[in-house]
Design a protein. Structure first.
Length: 393
């Protein structure tokens, strides 16, 4: 195995403004093409042989598709997209009212890019109502012992007293709720969870744990583990990317100075383990020469995090991370993006949802396919590069 190394990144090209617009045009056109099957229903989390199948609004990933609709609407102004987004917000309001598959920390993934976004863009009261109901469900998963929001499973499950690194992207829903209502409960829980997460999931070398357990009786930190990575102690690529974006979001909302070097360490670990074409393998243990699948979604997530953090850094450091993000998105746009809708109804190929190994507990599906969050974050990164964008997060 081999990695390109941070120093060699300087020779890689950045995506141009013209290329950004072209890629965003193509992505938006693909979203419009997908409105017929995916307005009353939603794409499954991952494609099969390059094509998403339709599903009900039941998975943790459906908000990303609605987020793609809103990003395409922002870019094109096409009223067909707005109408589709409104129909989908109705579905999200129904889902939270009936509490369909909402016993999870992923309520931010579900309701920020769908309903918060729709409320910000159109003033939709349906979106606002649905998102605020989701907020109440999310804070119901907070444990004072350990000061964290439990990832999944019943709250009284003795073997599930844990958080996962993905959770950092669910917390902006709580900050938005405090801004919207003036109720400080929500941002207080978010800040406690951010601190508990970043204090425990980042290892001394700045690689990250996928999941971290706490002692149920005392709340003391217990141990890290993986469900998604290759093995305990390796760096799951998507988790490392969540760490990059999550640390940037943590700084955005808390302005804790300690999060800046933490972000730099987590980002630099990611960059030091990229292959020649800049698109990571599914676990950062692997590099060029390994017979392993890629996870293109992690490149888009990391790019979004770098573009967010660049807003808060000084000139040289800001330009560095913005430049790296342009290189990552250039690599995706040139070699991984779908250019022929006859071959796929997704946006970005060669992603990995869940890859089983001899050392992890995850199932095997969505490997070397499109996945819906990878498509969303690719569009978000392009949108960030195209204009001064108001985050959905």
């Amino acid at each position: 195995m081999s990695w390109i190394g941070r120093e060699a990144l300087t020779d890689k090209p950045e995506i141009s403004e013209e290329e950004v617009k072209g890629a965003l045009d193509r992505a938006s056109a693909q979203v419009v093409r997908n409105l017929d099957p995916f307005t009353e229903k939603f794409p499954k989390a991952y494609s099969v042989n390059g094509f998403y199948e339709a599903t009900e609004n039941v998975d943790w990933t459906t908000g990303f598709w609605t987020g793609e609709i809103w990003l395409a609407y922002e870019h094109t102004g096409d009223e067909r997209l707005r109408r589709a987004g409104e129909i989908q917000m109705d579905s999200f309001l129904d889902r939270i009212k009936r509490r369909v598959e909402v016993e999870t920390h992923d309520l931010g993934f579900l309701y920020s890019p769908s309903c918060v976004a729709g409320y910000k863009l159109t003033g939709s009261q349906t979106g606002r109502e649905a998102a605020l109901a989701a907020v109440e469900a999310l804070i119901g998963r907070f444990h004072e012992k350990g000061r964290f929001i439990q990832a999944w499973g019943p709250l009284d499950a003795p073997d599930n007293y844990r958080l996962i690194i993905d959770s950092l992207l669910n917390l902006p829903l709580l900050y938005w709720a405090t801004e919207e209502t003036g109720d400080g409960r929500f941002s207080d829980i978010a800040e406690k969870h951010i601190h508990s997460t970043l204090s425990n999931v980042v290892r001394p070398d700045y690689s990250t744990w996928h999941t971290f357990f706490f002692d149920r009786e005392t709340g003391a930190p217990d141990h890290g583990a993986t469900c998604q990575g290759y093995r305990d102690g390796s760096a799951w690529a998507r988790g490392q990317a969540w760490g990059i974006y999550g640390t940037a979001i943590g700084y955005r909302y808390t302005k804790r100075a300690a999060y800046i070097p933490l972000f730099a360490g987590v980002a630099d670990y990611f960059l030091a383990h990229l292959p020649e074409d800049l698109v990571p393998f599914w676990d950062l243990s692997f590099g060029d020469g390994d017979d392993q699948p890629r996870d293109s979604s992690s490149a888009s997530i990391a790019a979004c995090g770098m573009l967010e953090m660049a807003k808060y850094l000084d000139g040289e450091r800001s330009a560095y991370y913005r430049g790296i993000a342009k290189k990552l998105i250039k690599a995706l746009a040139d070699h991984y993006a779908v250019t022929d809708p006859a071959l796929s109804n997704g946006l970005v190929l060669h992603s990995t949802y869940s890859n089983h190994s001899p050392y992890n507990t995850c199932d095997h599906y969505g490997v070397d396919e499109c996945n819906i969050w990878g498509d969303y974050f690719y569009m978000e990164a392009l949108t960030r590069l195209y204009k001064d964008w108001e985050m959905y997060w």
